[in-house]
Design a protein around this ligand. Structure first.
Ligand code: AMP
Ligand code: MG
Length: 482
């Protein structure tokens, strides 16, 4: 089949067919003289869209909302949510506009959303825009997470403009065209907690399109909740395994599909610090690395609370109680793979606890350590403060490995499929941002994306992206400002 252009897409609204009080119809605000920053060719071909940016007429205009696919009925949805533990009341897509929903030839369904295409009825006096730096970060991290095998929304492309946007200082605007099977958040359910009819319409819609197996259950809504709990636990276990910190795990940023959603002040940890806070606006460390699993549960409690009109309290509590074991099971399995073990024993938690304590004390680089553990490179001990304690740990680890008859080559190959060589370190994103901002040079974005799509592969041309962070990396501060 020939690749399609945006104009040839056959749109078939699903979210847009919910009753009209679920959203507002809103046109994107034109962006002056947009320029193309990135086009995600692999994702575009997966979707059946034009293969090559140069083949697509007016691509930058489509990526920022100056042009819309034929028959587009753009909407911004309303939701509520808890932000930093406090009920924030009504929120909504303040700078995201759903421009189209369609099905690909292989049956996958995609919603396309412009992020930063101008104000909506939910913008609450903000400008509806996104700045270049945060758009580059969202674009790159969406695809980095996809490469790591972590459920995420995707980024199809990005356009920028010289138009000024005020944050702490004057910056310029950019728009990311992002895609996901659905952008429904926990917050959508919280919005209807006192409107049972709408709550049920929304829950039925999510079940019909995204959790069809739940409809077979004696109470489909309990099954929905259970499945969301499991997906959320799995997603966060995967975050923990690669050292990813989301930064703003508010309930309006939690996807009902268990996708990593709303990339803002996120960060991959460089040096391991259990209490690492990636978001400079997070004063109390509510969303620190070690708090993420518990915050996942906290948000699920908000979701369960919202769903209570549709189920017994006991059923909701019972579902929530499964969270911890889902998380632990998946996290243990990921740690097993990270260590190159075939089986997981209760006593392996001891090995992990000791290792984490040593890494925490020395702020050992998370990605570098795990990647190089496979070969047990002798220089690894230099990444610890208490080197003799590390030697003892290593001897224990080797003893544990020898208890399993696994060929070293096999173990190393398996570990290299689990411990990525490349992650989107803050400083790598920062270099790409600086080149884009200062020189209009987007090549670094392109290179990083290509590298991060295969984070487990040895890529000689991208060896430098696996380097330990430079000293200035520690000075990078990311905040909610985006
Ligand atoms: P966030 O913390 O980025 O998830 O944003 C929280 C809420 O504020 C969401 O409803 C966003 O849509 C909205 N929001 C954030 N930044 C802007 C902006 N520049 N213009 C309009 N709405 C925004
Ligand atoms: Mg958000």
């Amino acid at each position: 089949m020939l690749p399609l252009t945006f104009d040839q897409l056959s749109l078939s609204p699903r979210f847009g067919r919910l009753p009209s009080h679920f959203y507002s119809r809103i046109q994107p605000t034109p962006l002056p003289a947009p320029y193309l920053i990135a086009w995600n060719q692999p994702l575009a071909s997966e979707m059946g869209l034009a293969m090559d940016a140069s083949q697509h007429p007016n691509l930058a205009d489509y990526l920022c909302g100056n042009r819309l696919p034929t028959n587009s009925e753009p909407i911004a949805s309303v939701y509520s949510g808890h932000q930093f533990g406090v009920n924030a009341g009504q929120l909504g897509d303040g700078r995201a506009i759903l421009i189209g929903e369609f099905q690909t030839a292989n049956g996958d369904f995609w919603e396309m959303q412009l992020k930063g295409a101008g104000p909506t009825p939910y913008s609450r006096r903000a400008d509806g825009r996104a700045v270049l730096r945060s758009s580059i970060r969202e674009y790159l991290c969406s695809e980095a997470m996809q490469g790591l095998g972590i459920p995420t929304t995707r980024a199809l492309g990005m356009a920028g403009s010289a138009q000024g946007v005020w944050r702490e200082s004057l910056e310029t605007a950019a728009v990311v065209l992002r895609a996901a099977p659905s952008f429904v958040r926990f917050g959508h359910f919280e919005h209807y907690r006192n409107d049972i009819d709408s709550l049920q319409i929304l829950a039925d819609w999510v079940i019909e399109h995204h959790y069809p197996s739940a409809s077979q259950a004696s109470n489909p809504y309990v099954s929905l909740l259970e499945q969301v709990i499991e997906r959320t636990a799995v997603m966060i276990a995967k975050w923990q395994a690669v050292g990813f910190c989301h930064g703003v795990m508010n309930s309006d940023n939690m996807s009902i599909l268990g996708l990593t959603l709303d990339y803002g002040p996120f960060g991959f940890m460089d040096g391991f610090d259990a209490g690492h806070i990636c978001n400079h606006s997070d004063d109390t460390g509510r969303y620190s690395y070690q708090n993420q699993p518990e915050m996942g549960l906290w948000n699920l409690q908000c979701l369960a609370q919202a769903l209570l009109p549709l189920m017994d309290r006991a059923a909701a509590l019972n579902a929530l109680q499964q969270y911890q074991s889902h998380f632990e099971t998946h996290f243990a399995d990921l740690l097993r793979q990270k260590l190159g073990l075939l089986t997981w024993q209760e006593s392996d938690w001891g090995l992990i606890t000791q290792l984490f304590a040593l890494m925490h004390a020395a702020h050992t680089d998370w990605t570098f350590f795990w990647r190089n553990l496979a070969n047990m490179d002798s220089s690894l001990r230099n990444h610890f403060l208490d080197r003799s304690a590390y030697d003892i740990w290593l001897a224990d680890y080797q003893l544990r490995l020898s208890s399993e008859a696994r060929k070293p080559d096999e173990r190393i190959a398996a570990m290299n499929q689990t411990n990525p060589k490349y992650v989107l370190r803050n400083y790598l994103a920062e270099i790409a941002i600086q080149k884009a901002r200062d020189a209009g040079d987007f090549s670094e974005i392109n290179h990083l994306q290509h590298c991060l799509m295969q984070p487990f592969a040895e890529q000689t041309e991208f060896e430098h992206y696996a380097a330990l962070p430079p000293a200035w990396a520690a000075q990078i501060g990311v905040s909610c400002s985006s």
